[in-house]
Write a protein that binds this ligand. Structure first.
Ligand SMILES: CCCCCCCCCCCCCC(=O)SCCNC(=O)CCNC(=O)[C@H](O)C(C)(C)COP(=O)(O)OP(=O)(O)OC[C@H]1O[C@@H](n2cnc3c(N)ncnc32)[C@H](O)[C@@H]1OP(=O)(O)O
Length: 221
């Protein structure tokens, strides 16, 4: 796991987010517009050329590999490339997760980019988002957990649109944490999942005087 420390203040985090979140949002709009656009082929081709120019511009300075999850010295995580919650990742809906001990919840709006069966959420997307949520719930005690096993049951089709999701820790056994999660629409639960989350053997969080104890650490924002 990447525990790169980037010692910046909360104000600096907010400043950076105020730049990248609107950019990522525009890219989300772009993805949605490309899926649903009915303009002429000529206009689609012209759009491609303009997008290629923007890509070339952004590629002038690139981080190698992935974004990773840098942490501040106070252990505030910045998982901005994450596929479910990343502030710089247009693939992420994004989920804005609220956490309390043993619990993670969020609301989301899933549009055309998340389609599986016509008009419905792709099953893999539901699994991705619930996987993130079970990870967040299991990690609310300050220790990271990897998904060991995720069992997903699709109860009925999940229509694209406004949805909510919830994950709750149901038990702990040594390094294993058991989590139950659901995704719901206005009529109730559409998908449920059970996860066995595992804190890797020999895993040690960075320690130091500047760091709060694990239980008090904020693992991301
Ligand atoms: C601090 C920062 C963190 C921030 C996080 C913020 C939120 C992030 C949210 C992100 C969310 C995103 C989420 C993601 O995307 S997580 C990414 C997807 N998951 C992975 O890539 C995990 C890959 N697998 C591994 O790394 C290892 O296999 C793990 C760590 C899982 C176990 O390897 P380890 O060597 O440690 O295990 P052990 O052999 O000592 O066994 C220990 C116990 O566990 C039991 N067991 C083992 N494997 C499994 C299994 N697959 N299912 C069920 N149970 C299993 C085993 O029987 C034993 O039980 P017992 O005999 O003791 O009863």
């Amino acid at each position: 796991m990447d525990f790169r420390i980037e010692d910046i203040s909360e104000e600096e985090i907010d400043r950076r987010l105020s730049v990248v979140e609107p950019l990522t949002d525009s890219v989300r709009q772009l993805v949605d517009a490309v899926i649903r656009s009915e303009v002429s082929d000529e206009r689609l081709t012209a759009a491609k050329d303009r997008i290629d120019e923007i890509v070339a511009d952004l590629r002038e300075q690139q981080r190698p590999g992935s974004f990773g999850t840098p942490y501040t010295k106070e252990f505030i995580g910045m998982p901005w490339g994450n596929a479910a919650v990343g502030a710089r990742n247009a693939v992420a809906p994004p989920l804005h997760v609220r956490r309390s001990p043993g619990l993670a919840e969020c609301e989301m709006e899933l549009g055309a980019a998340y389609e599986g069966p016509g008009g419905c959420v792709h099953g893999g997307i539901a699994a991705l988002l619930l996987d993130q949520l079970v990870g967040e719930a299991a990690s609310t005690d300050g220790l990271p957990s990897f998904t060991g096993t995720l069992t997903v049951k699709y109860l009925r089709p999940t229509l694209l649109g406004a949805l909510s999701a919830r994950a709750e820790v149901t038990g702990r056994e040594g390094r294993k944490t058991f989590v139950h999660a659901t995704m719901s629409d206005a009529d109730g639960v559409t998908v449920e999942a059970d996860a066995i989350m595992i804190c890797p053997k020999d895993f040690e969080l960075p320690t130091g005087d500047a760091l709060p104890p694990p239980a008090d650490r904020r693992l991301d924002r």
